[in-house]
Design a protein around this ligand. Structure first.
Ligand SMILES: *[C@@H]1O[C@H](CO)[C@@H](O)[C@H](O)[C@H]1NC(C)=O
Ligand SMILES: *[C@@H]1O[C@H](CO)[C@@H](O)[C@H](O)[C@H]1NC(C)=O
Ligand SMILES: [Cu+2]
Length: 345
């Protein structure tokens, strides 16, 4: 389609044949069977999520024959066009408002994860004076008064079963189910975006962990395996980690300073963590299952990676934050869904 708008692509977007890439906005419609997907264009650089160029193209992909796919809508910098030919005609007549992005180096410039300053002195580390206090056998873990079984499901992601405290089962199953993200914006691709990341597979997308960054140096690293979309099982090296961590905050404490009684008592909050990280396109979800010594078990999730952005134009500021000259960090809501099957009494 790009050759149908040669002047526009060349002069407005500096397109040279390889320096742009398209990312589909999901879902491709709002009812079953809809297959009209908005593609948004970015500069093809590291961390491209932060480099939208302003062009979005809606493609009808309902045919199983690729040569029958067709562009049904074009959007650039606040203006809609029927197709690429119309965009080109209007551009040649000077009726397209052009907002040019700066050319970004291949490492992504501001979106690069390369360190900006030399590495300084090493930060604090934790250590285990007498080795690990937990024990892992196959997928069974015991730690102080706790025991549980862990697993990684190709679609749903990390889960634990048969969670016992002092021998008594308190949770039959505790598992991630889905993570959704609902977006708003003044540009079409982002305003239709409603992601249900389960569709990409949280277990399948659990990546190799880096020692000392993703989990502590002393953590135990385990391989994940899945059989999905392929004839043979696939192994992800070191994609699960288990470690004990002193949270360095008292789980409980009291300092008594009465004349009739003086005492101090406290419990260090040293917790066992079962962690994995799923990368769903731009987002990296860090999944933690945490076991405290007072009998509490909890889950935590951190969303990191790159935000999803859209091109900054018009009233974009009503839909999020301006994170760069022509980049809007679009407003959105994350919902994380867990299944908890408690065994009460
Ligand atoms: C297009 O531009 C990119 C980035 O400047 C460059 O790396 C690439 O080689 C260019 N491609 C062509 C076909 O000129
Ligand atoms: C795909 O569509 C094109 C254009 O309509 C047509 O020429 C071609 O024969 C089709 N191919 C198949 C395998 O049906
Ligand atoms: Cu977010």
């Amino acid at each position: 389609e790009y050759p149908k708008a040669p002047n526009f692509m060349r002069w407005a977007l500096d397109y040279n044949g390889t320096n742009l890439l398209g990312l589909p906005a999901l879902p491709p419609g709002f009812k079953s069977g809809d297959r009209k997907v908005w593609m948004r264009l970015f500069q093809n650089v590291a961390g491209f999520y932060l480099h939208p160029v302003g062009l979005e193209v809606q493609v009808d992909v309902s045919s199983l024959n690729v040569s029958e796919w067709e562009v049904v809508n074009v959007f650039y910098n606040g203006q809609y066009f029927r197709d690429m030919e119309e965009l080109e005609r209007e551009f040649n007549k000077g009726r397209v408002r052009v907002s040019k992005v700066k050319k970004t180096p291949h490492n992504g410039g501001y979106s690069s994860l390369k360190p900006r300053v030399p590495h300084k002195l090493l930060g604090p580390l934790q250590y285990e004076p007498r080795g690990p206090r937990y024990c892992i056998r196959d997928n069974q873990v015991t730690f102080m008064s706790w025991s549980f079984a862990f697993g990684m499901e190709a679609n749903r992601g990390p889960r634990i079963f048969d969670v016992r405290f002092q021998g008594e089962r308190i949770v039959y199953e505790l598992s991630v189910q889905d993570a959704s993200a609902i977006y708003g914006s003044n540009s079409p691709a982002t305003m239709v975006t409603r992601l249900m990341d389960l569709g990409l597979g949280f277990g399948k997308s659990a990546v190799t962990l880096t020692r000392g960054v993703d989990c502590p140096y002393v953590a135990t690293y385990l391989d994940g395996h899945y059989l999905l979309d392929s004839a043979k099982p696939i192994t992800r090296k070191n994609s699960l980690c288990i470690f004990e961590q002193n949270a360095e905050i008292p789980a409980r404490r009291h300092y008594e300073d009465h004349v009739i009684s003086e005492f101090y008592g406290a419990l260090a909050d040293s917790v066992l963590v079962f962690r994995s990280i799923s990368v769903m396109g731009n987002y990296d979800y860090v999944w933690d299952f945490v076991f405290h010594q007072n009998g509490a078990v909890g889950v935590r999730v951190y969303a990191t990676g790159y935000i999803q952005t859209s091109f900054f134009f018009g009233n974009a500021a009503d839909f999020g934050n301006r994170v760069e000259d022509l980049t809007l960090g679009a407003i959105h809501t994350h919902s994380i869904h867990y299944k908890v099957d408690l065994d009460i009494g």
